[in-house]
Write a protein that binds this ligand. Structure first.
Ligand code: NAD
Length: 249
């Protein structure tokens, strides 16, 4: 308890899945948390379910004016930011022979451009010694059948972390990556998979993940807490797999 006492944290996509679980844990650990999401209704429901010190700000990470408005609100309410979890992202099926320009632009627009400007525009508010955590995926390392565009965006995320670790060293801002394996969240409902593909995916997970199951959002949240808190004070630029051992096999 209280590992984040008095800290101000911003979590993009904090109204669902991994972001929501992380927001709940951060509040429990004493942080004041700002969550973002695109739909007001979902955001309000998430704020109500978290309870305590949490504020919801509606916005699309791929829209730079929304990001400006987000940080203006954070500045007005809290003054600065100690922890940024750039978590918002999408994953949609895109086999090589079916990729469209629209799909490519949308996925890179959210997962890469959105994440880049989420971090860039937070910098004036981020305290020296602050912690930035980027949500990537084991797809940055292992081949994921049918998800080439998604995987490429997640490799870009890891690449950003390595570069920003050096670019932000003068301010001792730590930038780290969390790379989840398959985690049970609503993201699977939005992937565009058929019932048969989902069934096959489930079977594959059971056989490909040494721990034999999907992860839970709360298990990723614990890793994000570690990277956010002073428990990881000498860790910068790493890619922490939280994947039941999937990349090891
Ligand atoms: P989710 O669908 O529950 O959450 C995604 C969140 O991102 C939602 O809150 C959504 O509203 C938000 N979001 C999407 N596009 C946005 C935009 N343009 N602007 C603002 N918010 C936006 O899924 P999740 O599994 O919790 O995903 C969170 C992150 O974890 C994603 O970056 C995803 O790629 C990553 N991830 C998930 C898994 C998994 O198996 N669930 C595995 C590896 C990585």
């Amino acid at each position: 308890m209280n590992k984040l006492s008095g800290k101000i944290a911003v979590i993009t996509g904090g109204n669902s899945g991994i972001g929501l679980a992380t927001a709940k844990l951060f509040v429990k650990e004493g942080a004041k948390v700002v969550i973002t999401g695109r739909r007001q209704e979902e955001l309000d429901a998430a704020v109500a379910s978290i309870g305590g010190s949490v504020v919801g700000v509606r916005g699309d990470v791929a829209n730079l004016a929304d990001l400006d408005r987000l940080y203006a609100e954070v500045k007005a309410k809290f003054g600065n930011i100690d922890i940024l979890f750039a978590n918002a992202g999408i994953a949609e099926l895109s086999p090589i022979d079916a990729v469209t320009e629209e799909h490519f632009d949308k996925t890179f627009g959210i997962n890469v451009k959105g994440l880049l400007f989420t971090v860039q525009k937070a910098l004036p508010l981020l305290v020296d010694g602050g912690s930035v955590i980027l949500n990537s995926s084991i797809a940055n390392t292992v081949g994921m059948d049918g998800f080439g565009v998604y995987s490429a965006t997640k490799a870009a995320v890891r690449s950003f972390a390595r570069t920003w670790t050096t670019e932000l060293k003068a301010r001792s801002i730590r930038v780290n990556v969390v790379s989840p394996g398959p985690v049970e969240t609503p993201i699977f409902d939005k992937m565009g998979l058929s019932v048969e593909q989902i069934a096959a995916f489930g079977t594959n997970i059971a056989t490909q993940v040494p721990l034999g199951r999907f992860g839970r959002p709360e298990e990723i949240a614990q890793a994000v807490l570690f990277l956010a808190s002073s428990d990881s004070s000498y860790i910068a630029g790493v890619d922490l797999y939280v994947d039941g051992g999937m990349v090891a096999v």
